[in-house]
Design a protein around this ligand. Sequence first.
Ligand code: AMP
Length: 175
Amino acid sequence: MKKFETLKKTIRDVPDFPKKGIIFKDITTLLKDKAALKKTIDVLATEFAKKKIKYVVGIESRGFIFGTALAYKLGVGFVPIRKKGKLPAKTRAVTYDLEYGTDTLEIHEDALKAGDRVLIVDDLLATGGTVQAVVKLVRGLGAKITGIGFVIELSFLNGREKLPGLPVFSIIRYE
Ligand code: AMP
């Protein structure tokens, strides 16, 4: 049996969501399975345990679910990256291209300091545009990216190409 095959089975494919032609990887079915949830966090924690991370940086919103659980497990703090207009204090923003139009992500300006070692977490790596924007925000505050972790990677979209030189880890890949 392939590695993490049991875990992979807990992810539900929802065709044509949010629009025709997209196969949405629904992780709510993984989250409600206690063994799958535990396995996911444990695998990520094992991967990054020795990297001397100071903060987990999670991307709204599914990156919050995995990111905070992982931060707890690693015994470190959590920093949220949110969509525009949601963070209350002074922010830095980055705007990036989507298939149609643009999107803006923000981080609190005082959330990270120069030299802080961080791990970026999201549920899924697709084209890599979202996480590339987050890399810019984190680097903009001078923090050091010691890892980027995903539960799922859609390898055929080549998202890793947008993250040169960065240590990218994903548990489950779709070729
Ligand atoms: P990208 O910027 O293309 O790498 O897209 C990554 C973001 O979009 C992640 O936050 C994912 O949650 C979401 N996403 C993209 N494609 C899918 C998909 N097929 N199923 C579920 N979520 C997706």
